[in-house]
Ligand binder design. Structure first.
Ligand SMILES: [Zn+2]
Length: 230
């Protein structure tokens, strides 16, 4: 029997609009966390686990949708403190998570910074410095579209590229639920395309968003926005 818990983490520097929703899925043998928050958010994740009578020391897997800073920010700290955790990501994202390739947002921010002025330049510089502080982390298990992670009743990888090149959503078979990552965002009760201005490949992101909409799963969990039920 699998069980699912949706965490809600508001970063210290932000407000409700910055809330993120990492997901915990567990069965008798495994405890998996889907995406792991902003840089510095490990204590918030640990506190959220405690609220549900869980501990990160029970974690067996961290499953990542993609390499953006709000999804892998706490990964290096988490792996250092809980080395038993197996890190899982799509094959293409692994190169960004382990530092072989520079993060997409870092490339975008470096290109944009010289054109910014005033407050925007100050904000941009802070953002850039935060991105540069992120530590690469090795991925233990890489997966492709259609692969099934044999834990918690079977977790199927759904390739949903566009927001980043190797973005993966995940279908939890036992719970008939999709963990959408940033393939979709929930805003005002509606599923929408996530941040088209930041998409690495907008037509692909639109196609991936459609894949999520067309999937028959009853529940879709968006990292930004939370739960959508149909
Ligand atoms: Zn995100």
């Amino acid at each position: 029997m699998s069980e699912l818990i949706i965490l809600r983490i508001v970063p210290e520097w932000g407000d409700d609009s910055n809330a993120i929703h990492p997901v915990v899925v567990l069965d008798g043998d495994y405890l998996a966390l889907f995406d792991c928050g902003y840089f510095g958010s490990l204590p918030s994740i640990e506190a959220a686990f405690s609220e549900h009578d869980l501990s990160c020391s029970q974690l067996t897997h961290v499953v990542l949708t993609h390499h953006d800073h709000d999804h892998v920010g706490a990964l290096a700290a988490l792996k250092r403190k809980y080395p038993q955790v197996q890190i899982v990501s799509g094959h293409e994202e692994a190169a960004y998570i382990n530092g072989t390739k520079p993060a997409l947002r870092l490339t975008q921010a470096r290109a944009m910074q010289p054109s910014l002025e005033g407050d925007a330049a100050a904000f941009g510089l802070k953002f850039l410095q935060m991105l540069e502080r992120l530590k690469p982390t090795d991925v233990d298990i890489t997966i492709e579209d259609g692969d099934i992670l044999p834990i918690c009743g079977g977790i199927e990888a759904l390739a949903t590229p566009g927001h980043t090149a190797g973005h993966m959503a995940y279908y939890l078979k036992a719970l008939d639920t999709i963990i959408a990552g940033d393939a979709a965002v929930l805003e005002g009760g509606a599923l929408i395309l996530a941040y088209p201005q930041y998409a690495e490949n907008l037509p692909l992101a639109e196609k991936s968003f459609q894949r999520i909409l067309d999937h028959p799963a009853k529940t879709i969990i968006c990292y930004h926005g939370g739960v959508f039920r149909r």
